[in-house]
Design a protein around this ligand. Sequence first.
Ligand SMILES: *[C@@H]1O[C@H](CO)[C@@H](O)[C@H](O)[C@H]1NC(C)=O
Length: 986
Amino acid sequence: MHVAGPPSSRWAAYLGLLSALSAAFAPAVAVKEHDFKKCHQSGFCQRNRAFADHALASTAWESPYTIAAESGSFKDGQYQAVILKTVSDSGETVRLPITVSFLESGTARVTVDEEKRQKGEIELRHDSKARKERYNEAEQWAIVGGMTLDKAAKIGYEDKTQITVKYGPSSKFEATIKLSPFSIDFKRDGSSQIKFNDQGLLNVEHWRPKIEKPEPEKTEGESTEENKAEETKEEPKDEDESTWWDETFGGNTDTKPRGPESVALDISFVGYEHVYGIPSHASSLSLKQTRGGDGNYQEPYRMYNADVFEYILDSPMTLYGSIPFMQAHRKDSSVGVFWLNAAETWVDITKGKDAKNPLSLGGKAKTNTHTHWISESGLLDVFVFLGPTPKDLTAKYGELTGTTAMPQEFSLGYHQCRWNYVSDDDVKDVDRKMDKFKMPYDVIWLDIEYTDEKKYFTWDKHTFTDPIGMGKQLDSHGRKLVTIIDPHIKNVDNYPVVAEMKSKDLGVKNKEGNLFEGWCWPGSSHWIDAFSPASREWWSSLFKYDTFKGTMENTWIWNDMNEPSVFNGPETTMPKDNLHDGNWEHRDVHNLNGMTFQNATYHALITRKPGELRRPFVLTRSFFAGSQRVGAMWTGDNQAAWDHLQASIPMILSQGIAGFPFSGADVGGFFGNPDKDLLTRWYQAGAFYPFFRGHAHIDARRREPYLIGEPYTTIIGAALRLRYSLLPSWYTAFRHAHLDGTPVVKPMFYTHPSEEAGLAIDDQFFVGNTGLLAKPVTEKDQVSVDVWIPDAEVYYDYFTYAVVPTRKGERVALEAPMEKIPLLMRGGHVFARRDVPRRSSALMRWDDYTLVVTVPRDGKAAVAAEGDLYVDDGDSFDFQDGQYIHRRFVFDGAAKSLTSVDAEGRDTAAIKEGEWMQRMRAVGVDKIVVVGAPASWAGKKSVTVESEGKTWEARVEFTPAAQGRAAFAVVKKVGVRIGADWRVGF
Ligand SMILES: *[C@@H]1O[C@H](CO)[C@@H](O)[C@H](O)[C@H]1NC(C)=O
C-alpha cells in the first residue's frame, strides 16, 4: 500500500506496525510534536509575531491604521467608518470598512472587512475556484441570537479625533473610538477594561496581486540561504514574503490562491491578571504567558483543530476543538472577548505591570494582560463583553452562540466504551457482568470495528450478526447503544453510501474542484461536506431505521475524526486549499468543520423517523463555538497516566467557562494500561465529569470496572452509584446550563469572584448549585488532599457529616484513602438525590427523591438554605411546552420550615399535564436529611407536613452532634408529591 507523504503515527498504528510496541510502552510514546506547526512554521503567525516584535521594540511605533476623516457615521446602535491602512513600501492605501455594533445585551461587536476590489484588479493565482472575498460566514454557523442592536446607544462625545458611544445597561458602558491611529477603549463605569490596538499590533494583510519574479532555479539539496539573503537585501522593510503564495510543511504544500490575508489585533485587559478560556488545550485554567520567561510558554496558544495523537501536557499546542472565547478576571470584575474566526488562530499572552502609572491608587501597580490574536484569513470580528460577573459573561456568550442542549437524561449516566467490543455477544456479556457486579451504567459504545471494513452504516456480518437482538437486551434495562460514525466515507466499489455521495457530488473538493481523496481508517476515503445543505439532507437519509439497519430507538451516535483527521494530510488534516460548499477554502472554515458535521448528525437523528421527536445524543471530538447546542465532547486520546488524570480537570473547567460544559475525559486513559489505583481514582474523578465515559485503546487490556478485583470493584461500584444517586442534581445543573450558559462544574473564580487567592485554582470545583465541592485525588499514593476553602461558610463532609474545620481562604487537609472521594457540602444548600441504586437511569425515573438540606452558619436566617430540582421526561422536547417540574426549596431557619414552590412562579395547576407529568404524580419526596440540624430539635419525634390542602405528621429521627460530626435529622416517608407545593414544619 502506498501512502503519500510521511505516514502519521495514527496511520502506522492502523497498519498495525506499532501495535505490539504501543501495547507495551504506550504511555511513554508522546505526540510527535514536530508533526504540528510551531508559530515560526506557520507563515502568518511568524509574520505577525515579527510585526509585534518590531512594534513593541520601538518607542516611536505608530500603528499605520487610521479611520478616514468624515467616513464615520453613527445610527441605530451602529458606528460605521472606513479604516485606511497605509502600506509602508508602496504608500498605497487600503480601505477596510469597520462596523462597531452595540447590541441590546450590552455586548459590542467590532467587524473589520476589506473593501471588495473591482473584478480583475485582483486575480487569484492558479485559476483557483476559491471564493475571492474574505470569509464572512462564520457568523452563520456560530451565532444564533442576541444580535438586536441597542437603539438606545448614543454618542456621548465626539470631535475630530474621537467618538465616544455610551451603551449597555443604564449606559454604564462606553467605547471610545480614536481615529488616528485607530484604537478602541472599552470602559465600564468610566474606567478602561479592554483596549483594542493599544499596542498597535492591528494588522490586516491586504489583497495584492502576485508579482511573478523570476526565481533562481533551485535544485534539491542545494542551500537557498544565499538566495534568501539576496532577496532580503532587495526587499524594502521587514516583510518576509517567503510564505505569501505557498507554504510547505511536512512534505505538503499549501497553495494560497489569495496570498497573505491574515488578520491580527492586540487586545489588552486593563488591570486584569488572569485570563481563561480558548479551549481546548492541555493547560492550566488560568492561561500562561506565551513569550518565554520562567514557567511560561514559548509558543502562542494555538487553535487549529487537529487529531493530536497522544497529546502532551502543559502545552499551548492545539487539540481537537477550539472555542475562541476568553474571559479576563480580577477581584470582582470579569470581562471578555469572543474572536469569531474559524481559520487557524494563535493567541500570544503577556502580562506586565502598568508602566504608565506605577503610583496608581493604593501604591500597587496594576497588572495588565495583553493578548495578541492572529488568524490566517477571514474577517476581523470580535465581540466584547464587559461583565461585571463571570455569570454575566457566560450568559451573554450563551445568548450569542446558544446554550447547552437539554441532554438526554441517560447521557448523564455512566458510559462504557472501548475500541472495541468485538461482537454482539461481547456487548451482551459486558452488559450482564455490569449487572452481576451491581455496576450501574446507561450506555455501551461501539468503536469503528463494528462496521463491515470501516464502511459506516454497515455491520460486520461475522461479529455483529444480530444487532437488533443486542439492542433489545440493552433496552430491557433501559440501556442504550452508541455507534461511531465518522465523516470519512470509504472509497470502494459496491458501497452504496460512497456511490451516492459521488454521484450527487456531496463531498469536500480538492483545489481543482474535484472530489477530495485522502486516507483515514478505511484507507482511501472521501469526506462529506457538512457545510452543504444538500449533503446534510443526504446525511439525514442515512440514519433512517430502515436504511441504517440494525439500529433502533436506543441507538445514538458518536462522531469522531471530524477535525477532520486525514492521515496523509498536512498536520493530519485536510489541505487548506480544499474547497467546501460555496467554494470557500478549507482554510477559512477549518475550525467549523467538526461542528457542522456533528450538527448534521444531530439533525439526522431528529428526523430519523417521522413523528419521533426526541433529543439526539451525539458525542463529538472536534468542536467550535456553538457545538454546545448539539451534544457532548470529550478531551480526546489521553493516556493512562496520573498526570493525564490531573490535566483532565482544568480542561473540563475551561470547557465550562467557554460555554461547552458537556465534557469529559476518557476514564482510565485511552492509551496504555492504568494500574488499579489509577483506574479507581479515575472513576472517582469521572463521577464528577459532566460527561462520564470509560474508554480504552484497542491494544489496552480489558478494563471493564468489574474486572479489577477487590477492594477496587466495590470502590468503583460506589463511585458509580454516587453518580447515579446525584443524577437529579446533575440534570438540574444541565438545566441551568441550558437556560443561561452557566457551567455545570464551576471553578472557584466563577463562584467566588471576589477571592483573589482562588482565581488560579483549577483542581477543585462546585457541582451546579448544590454546594457540593469536589476535589478528586489525582496523584499516586495520595491519601489526603488540601481543599482550598473560598468562604466563611460551614462545610460538611459529604459521607460522614463531619464539620470540616475550615477557615476562609485557607486550605484544609482532608483524608482521602482509596475508598474516599474528597467531597464537601457547603452550608446553605438544598439538593436532590435518588437513593435506591438501580441498573440504569431509566430504571430510576419513577423513584422518590431524597432532599439534603445543609444548614449554614447562620442557621436562623429566613433563607438559610436553598436549592432547586428540575425534572422532565429526559427524552422528548415536551419540556419546551411546559412539561417539566422545577421546584425551589427554601429552608427557613427562623420559621423552622422547608418549603417547595414552583421555581419559576408558574401556576402549576394550570399546566395541562401530559403522560409523563401524570405519571410523576406518583413520585414524591421520600426522605429529607437536614445536616447541621439545630440541637433544639433533640427529642423531636415528628414534623408537620402540609400539602395540597392536607396536613399530616411524618416521623423524624434526630442524631446529636458527636466527635466533630454535625447533628442531623432525617424525616422519613415525607409523603409529598415532588410536583406539588408543600411545607414541612420542624
Ligand atoms: C445545522 O443543521 C441545520 C439543518 O440542516 C442547518 O439549518 C443549520 O444551519 C446547521 N448549523 C450548523 C452550525 O451546522
